[in-house]
Design a binder for this molecule. Structure first.
Ligand code: ZN
Length: 325
């Protein structure tokens, strides 16, 4: 991880802000859990796995922090929700990172999730809003682009992360995850993701569902569960109507006696800190720190994942510079 100066260099997760500000500004409040949650369930004698989430506040937090325009808000929300779901089965200390890189105007989306329900993420270009599709839905596929790659890395806390990738199918995200899970992990899966962006461009409801069929799953499961999910309708509308993740699983797996194994709160939460940013600055060549101090009088760094700003004044830069020498 490293930083760039205001001159425009960008690296990894952190970028220098375009314009310095005069203070750290108000710190974002601690995210309350509100009603967001996710569940992991099994059915069909353990041969059917299900993950479901209500992620409205998570998606709205992402929209607010990053200033996402409606189509971008839907695209990022779908990726955040999918990452949150797929991180649920990981062991404590593990994490999962999803990167969706398409040829559409959004440029790329990154999401990072942990099994305890912490999720963060961003879009390379947040100000994307396209005319709706003929069916009235937000044109997420148009914003993301249908040509590109979905990459997923699972860090199990054992050193080398497990990584896989597959080409995008439509850029609509749910289809792309379905293809990834089949192609890269050989698990037939049903993925449904929905983000409802309402008046005022705020996220009104969001959620997701992943159903996976293990070998020896009942032979009629794919067809019956597909029909159940069709009857359930759009996930975002189900969430808007007040359905919980448990109820979404119960509807999707009706006929297979689903059983909830665990439930977690979900929240937008980043791992950045002033101390981490200071260590990033301290790793820069002293000449670069001196240039920031003498030419800009300060350095302002913005966390790409959560958009939080960190200001380092000249005296702090001098101290880091002296330490680095
Ligand atoms: Zn951050």
């Amino acid at each position: 991880m490293s930083v760039g100066r205001r001159s425009g260099a960008q690296h990894d997760a952190f970028v220098a802000a375009a314009a310095p500000r005069t203070g750290d500004g108000p710190q974002p409040p601690t995210d309350p859990i509100h009603g967001d949650h996710a569940v992991r369930a099994v059915a069909g004698d353990g041969r059917i796995l299900a993950l479901a989430a209500v992620s409205t506040d998570l998606c709205e937090q992402a929209r607010r922090r990053h200033g996402l325009w409606p189509t971008a808000a839907a695209a990022v929300g779908r990726v955040l929700t999918a990452a949150a779901l797929l991180a649920l089965p990981l062991k404590e200390g593990g994490s999962l990172t999803v990167t969706v890189s398409g040829d559409g105007p959004i440029g790329g989306i990154v999401a990072d999730a942990r099994p305890d329900g912490r999720v963060r993420g961003y879009a390379l270009r947040p100000k994307v809003d396209l005319p709706p599709r003929p069916d009235g839905k937000l044109d997420v596929g148009g914003a993301v682009g249908a040509r590109g790659l979905l990459r997923l890395a699972r860090d199990l806390g054992l050193g080398q992360p497990y990584t896989g990738s597959s080409p995008l199918v439509s850029g609509e995200i749910a289809d792309d995850f379905t293809a990834y899970l089949l192609r890269s992990e050989q698990v037939p899966s049903l993925v449904a993701l929905g983000v409802l962006v309402g008046r005022g461009s705020t996220v009104q409801a969001a959620g997701g569902l992943v159903v996976q069929l293990l070998p020896d799953a009942p032979s009629d499961a794919a067809e019956r569960i597909g029909a159940n999910v069709d009857a359930l309708g759009a996930i975002s509308r189900a969430v808007e109507g007040g359905r919980t993740a448990e109820e979404i699983v119960a509807d999707a797996l009706a006929g297979y006696a689903p059983r909830t194994l665990e439930r977690r709160g979900l929240r937008f939460r980043c791992t950045c800190s002033r101390r981490r940013l200071a260590s990033v600055l301290a790793s820069l060549p002293p000449a670069e720190l001196r240039a920031m101090r003498e030419e800009d009088g300060q350095a302002e760094l913005v966390c790409r994942f959560c958009a939080r700003r960190y200001l380092f004044r000249a005296a702090e830069l001098l101290a880091l510079e002296t330490r680095a020498r």
